[in-house]
Design a protein around this ligand. Structure first.
Ligand SMILES: [Zn+2]
Length: 263
């Protein structure tokens, strides 16, 4: 009798052990209205540029800012502007598809001087079609060379790109675009120099604006070169194919700003 009771208890204990080890039940799904779907910024749908300012508190300037970029170069003031001096060196190729653009990171040591200030080249990336327009007209693409000075202030040099001869640097870049999004490709043995993406004539439009992507930070020193560089039709198509969507923010009002134009 005692033994039987003992074996019953043992069985119960084992049963308890077995059921105790069952994986925890999945918690019931929250009702739909309390689940707030996080919308990531982009160029179409719920994350499109017209909604950037409401996606996150830190993106507010995208909606309320009065000095936003890009802009249309329509009314400009021709004046004598100091030439932008470019001191670009080669950099080992680090390239990423961040889902918004193809971006190349630059190692320290390359810089420009503009407005008597030195800004170090941090990265460059591309948009298609162009973000800035000239009297309402788009270029095929636009390159942004993003620089920072010691105080963290940003200066961007924009370079328009148009259909023409293939560009050698672009070919090297496009040949090394990583398959995966957000995975940087450090290409051993290949260095690039962003000087190969600049036109000969470096006259430019100059104004103060913002980053053209969230958080749309203002106080950005913009210089957009007037002369476009050439890229081939195939090179343009390759970029558009990889991005799958136009990655240009529509132009913003000039408001109380002035655009200077060097001559
Ligand atoms: Zn950009």
């Amino acid at each position: 009798m005692c033994r039987r009771i003992g074996s019953v208890i043992l069985s119960l204990l084992l049963l308890g052990l077995v059921f105790g080890c069952k994986p925890a039940e999945k918690p019931a799904e929250k009702p739909a209205e309390t689940v707030k779907k996080e919308v990531h910024w982009g160029y179409q749908g719920e994350g499109a540029p017209e909604f950037w300012g409401t996606l996150k508190p830190e993106y507010a300037l995208c909606g309320t800012g009065k000095s936003q970029s890009p802009i249309d170069f329509n009314k400009t003031y021709e004046t004598k502007l100091e030439d932008i001096q470019f001191f670009y060196k080669e950099t080992p190729l680090r390239i990423i598809n961040n889902g918004h653009s193809i971006q190349v990171s630059y190692e320290p040591g390359s810089y420009i001087t503009v407005d008597e200030e030195t800004y170090e080249l941090v990265q460059f990336h591309f948009h298609a079609p162009s973000e800035h327009t000239i009297k309402g007209n788009f270029h095929d693409m636009e390159l942004h060379l993003v620089h920072k000075n010691e105080s963290g202030e940003i200066a961007v040099v924009g370079v328009f790109m148009k259909k023409g001869k293939p560009n050698r640097i672009i070919q090297v870049l496009w040949d090394n675009i990583p398959q995966e999004i957000n995975k940087e490709n450090l290409v051993t043995g290949i260095s690039v120099n962003a000087s190969g993406l600049l036109p000969g004539d470096k006259d430019y439009y100059h104004y103060f604006g913002s980053l053209t992507t969230p958080p749309c930070t203002e106080g950005v020193n913009w210089s957009v070169l007037k002369t476009a560089i050439e890229v081939s039709e195939e090179q343009m198509q390759k970029f558009r194919l990889v991005m799958g969507v136009d990655n240009n923010r529509p132009v913003k009002p000039l408001n109380k700003r002035f655009v200077l134009e060097s001559r």
